[in-house]
Every structure is written in structure tokens, then in C-alpha cells.
Ligand binder design. Structure first.
Ligand SMILES: Nc1ncnc2c1ncn2[C@@H]1O[C@H](COP(=O)(O)OP(=O)(O)OP(=O)(O)O)[C@@H](O)[C@H]1O
Ligand SMILES: [Mg+2]
Length: 425
């Protein structure tokens, strides 16, 4: 898996890219709308502010003087980088004026959009269809916007004023509007990202350090508890266990010299009871302070685990493959699993026989604990687990974490087989 900070940085970059692209598109369309508005305003200013006052009454009749007067104004003040053509139409479709003289006097009936402008007085803009015959002289100028609006002759006759503006100039106006915003936006997004990455990196380092501290604390706590168990075991062993041993010895000795049979029997029973308590204490010692596996060896440690079962009259059999040589972790897990399996046999199985085997082969170590007890139905374990009995589930987890597995086979009255497998090279 990649480093979390790298992941964070990449995810941040992806979000930034998506957001940035969305914002750029929105800005661009905003710029475009603005530019179109600008084109319309320019046409309105040219038509109503500049050309309309120069229209003489004679223009409607095709008077040369009147045409020349409009042409002067158009050439001087309207045509340029942006506007490449101007036309003035009468309502019936005659071109009354154009800066292209070949068009003047010809007639192309106005379409609905243009008639609409004359009716409503609203300015219209659209991408020019340069294939129309009235537009044949505008070809070769690139794509053009037609913007048309109504103007009035001195006698009040409504006329249509039309400009053709280069789309490239409209687009560049748009760019001038949105580019600075886009640059600012991208810069601040990038900056935000740059600021976040070191922050995330610091946070990650802090988290890691906290986690390490927690782990160290846990290890320390486990060690402390092991120390404490060792101390209690030592005190029990050196104190009560030794005293009980002495006591049972004295009681037996007293029984030997006692003449009254009743008293002797009482003393014998007391001596036996004391020895029994001593044995119980000793097996408690094994539980609270498990043997040092390395020192005593798996075989001896497993034999100790079987002792309480033998004491209950259960027939036991133990085989540990000679020279099995497991690594420390596997050895500990095998011991722990055997302890749980045998505890279960003692508590639940009502068995008369139990067999324990530790073998190696095929890159695995295998522990098998088989009993001939009452077994259990599949649902029982589930039910017990819900009541908080998690011995086997915990082992399953430990085995999985060590890369191995745990398998329990059982059926009512058919005994139980417990099998743990761990990788071992
Ligand atoms: N050898 C066995 N013979 C019969 N039943 C068994 C045997 N081993 C396990 N079981 C059944 O499976 C159940 C689950 O065992 P598990 O070890 O998970 O829990 P537990 O022993 O009941 O409680 P703990 O959490 O103390 O181990 C047991 O309650 C018992 O019903
Ligand atoms: Mg159990």
C-alpha cells in the first residue's frame, strides 16, 4: 500500500483537478456570455448612437448623397478590427446601405428572426450562416456574429441595422474577462493543496508516534503483568506450598505415632487433604506462570498440561515429533492452543480418552487434539460465543494472524478433533 500522505496528496490533486476543470468551464461560459453582451452593446452603440443620426430621408429612395453620408460615418467610426460589415435593411428586404456597394439595391426577404427585431425592438445576435446569398461577400473572414437591431429613418420608418463582428474578437474579449479569474483561482487552489500536504505529513508523523507510544505502553503492560504473575507464583511456591508440604509431612508422622484408631484416621485424612490442596496449588502455579517453553521444551510443557486430565482418570496419549525445533512464536502458539483445547476437553467433553500430537511436514507444524467425548452440534459454538465464550474464536484469530488456520471437527456423541496448522520453514 502507498504511503498515506502520498495517497492524501494524490486524492487532493484529483479533487483539485475536477473542481478546477468545473470552475474553468463555468468561468469560460461566463466570459462568453459577457463577451456576447459586449458585442450587442457595441452594435447598439454603433447603430443607434453613431449611424442613426446620419441617416438622411433620401436613403429610403436610394439617393446617392444619402448613401455616401452614411458610408462616411460607417467607414470612419464603425468598421475596424472587430466589425467587418454593416448593412441597413428596409422592412421589405431591400438592402438600403452596405459598405459593400454591390449589395445596395438588391432584395432578400427578411426571415422571421429579423422581422421579430423590427416588431419588438429587441437586439438579436447569432452565429452568421455565411452560405446565404446575402452573405456571399462576407465569406473568407472566419466565423462571424450577426448582431441586428432596429434604427429609425428621420420620418420614423423602422429599419434594420446589422453588423458582422468577428467571433475571434468576441472570444478574445471573453478570454480577457475570464482568464485573470481563472489564473487567480488555479493559483489559490494550488496554494491550498501545497499548504495541506505538509500539514498532512506532520499529522501522519504525529499519529505514528502516538501509535508507537501506545504499542510500547502495551508491551510494557504485558511485561509488567508477566512480572507480577511471576512474583505471585514465586511467593505461592516458596510460602504456602512449602508450608503445606511440611504440614502434610508432620501430619503423616503424627498419624504413625497415634494409638487411637479414630484419631489416626482423622490425621491421615488431614494429611491426604493437605497433599491434595498442595497439588491443586501446584497446578494453579502452572496456570498463572506458564513454564518457560524454551527451557523445559514443548514435550515437558505439554505433559504438564495433560497432568490434570490424568488426575481425573482420563486416558491420555502425547506424541511430539522428536527434534521438532519450532521457532519461538510457533512454539508459544502451539502451547497456547493445546492448553485451550485441553481445557475444553476437561470442561465440556466428558471424555475417557484424549490424544495430543504435534507433527511437522510440508512446511507446516500441526497440532491435533482428539477426544472421544460428547462432541457438540454446529450451532452450539455460535450460541456459546454470543454468551462471551470466545476461547476457540480467539485462537482462530491468532492462527490466522500467524498465517495458519484452525479447524474443529465435531458432532454430538462422536468426539471432537481440534487441528491447528501454522506455517513453519
Ligand atoms: N472438546 C469439546 N467437547 C465438547 N464440546 C466442546 C469441546 N470444545 C469446545 N466445545 C464446545 O464449543 C463451545 C465453544 O468453546 P470455546 O472454547 O470457544 O468456549 P468456552 O470453552 O465455552 O469458553 P472460554 O471462552 O472460556 O473458552 C464450548 O462451549 C462447548 O460447547
Ligand atoms: Mg474454551
Amino acid at each position: 500500500m502507498k504511503h498515506p500522505v502520498t495517497q492524501f496528496a494524490l486524492a487532493g490533486l484529483a479533487v483539485l483537478a475536477v473542481f478546477g476543470a468545473g470552475a474553468l468551464l463555468a468561468l469560460r461560459s461566463l466570459g462568453h456570455t459577457e463577451a456576447l453582451r459586449d458585442a450587442r452593446q457595441f452594435a447598439t452603440l454603433a447603430g443607434q448612437g453613431v449611424v442613426e443620426p446620419a441617416i438622411a430621408p433620401g436613403l429610403l429612395g436610394g439617393d446617392r448623397e444619402a448613401i455616401a453620408a452614411v458610408d462616411r460615418i460607417v467607414q470612419e467610426r464603425v468598421l475596424g478590427e472587430r466589425v467587418v460589415r454593416v448593412k441597413i435593411w428596409s422592412r421589405d428586404g431591400h438592402v438600403l446601405y452596405s459598405d459593400e456597394p454591390r449589395l445596395i439595391g438588391s432584395r432578400y426577404p427578411l426571415d422571421d428572426a429579423k422581422l421579430d427585431v423590427l416588431r419588438t425592438g429587441r437586439t438579436q445576435a447569432e452565429l452568421s450562416d455565411l452560405t446565404g446569398p446575402e452573405n456571399r461577400f462576407e465569406q473568407g473572414q472566419g466565423s462571424l456574429y450577426e448582431v441586428y437591431l432596429p434604427v429609425r429613418a428621420p420620418d420614423g420608418t423602422p429599419l434594420l441595422f446589422e453588423t458582422y463582428q468577428r467571433t475571434s474578437s468576441v472570444a478574445s474579449t471573453g478570454r480577457r474577462i475570464w482568464m485573470p479569474f481563472a489564473a487567480l483561482l488555479l493559483a489559490s487552489l494550488g496554494l491550498l493543496w501545497l499548504v495541506q500536504v505538509p500539514l498532512a505529513w506532520r499529522l501522519d508523523r504525529k499519529l505514528r508516534r502516538t501509535q508507537q507510544a501506545r504499542e510500547a505502553l502495551l508491551v510494557h503492560a504485558v511485561e509488567a503483568s508477566t512480572d507480577e504473575r511471576r512474583r505471585i507464583a514465586a511467593e505461592l511456591h516458596d510460602g504456602p506450598v512449602q508450608e503445606l508440604a511440611g504440614l502434610s509431612y508432620s501430619l503423616s508422622a503424627a498419624a504413625q505415632t497415634e494409638t487411637s484408631p479414630a484419631a489416626r484416621e482423622t490425621l491421615d485424612r488431614a494429611a491426604a487433604g493437605t497433599r491434595d490442596s498442595m497439588r491443586k496449588l501446584r497446578s494453579l502455579l502452572v496456570e498463572i506462570h506458564p513454564p518457560n517453553l524454551r527451557a523445559s521444551g514443548l514435550q515437558a510443557a505439554m505433559a504438564d498440561l495433560l497432568a490434570p486430565l490424568q488426575a481425573r482418570g482420563i486416558d491420555t496419549e502425547l506424541t511430539v515429533e522428536p527434534g521438532i525445533g519450532l521457532d519461538e512464536e510457533a512454539e508459544r502458539l502451539v502451547y497456547r492452543a493445546a492448553a485451550e483445547a485441553l481445557r475444553n476437553v476437561q470442561r465440556h467433553a466428558e471424555a475417557t480418552r484424549v490424544r495430543v500430537a504435534v507433527t511437522r511436514g510440508g512446511g507446516h507444524v500441526r497440532l491435533e487434539v482428539t477426544d472421544d467425548g460428547r462432541g457438540f452440534a454446529p450451532g452450539e459454538r455460535e450460541r456459546r460465543r454470543e454468551e462471551g465464550h470466545v476461547g476457540l474464536s480467539l485462537l482462530e484469530e491468532l492462527a490466522a494472524r500467524a498465517g495458519g488456520g484452525l479447524e474443529i471437527r465435531s458432532a454430538p456423541d462422536e468426539g471432537t478433533t481440534f487441528r491447528l496448522e501454522l506455517p513453519q520453514t
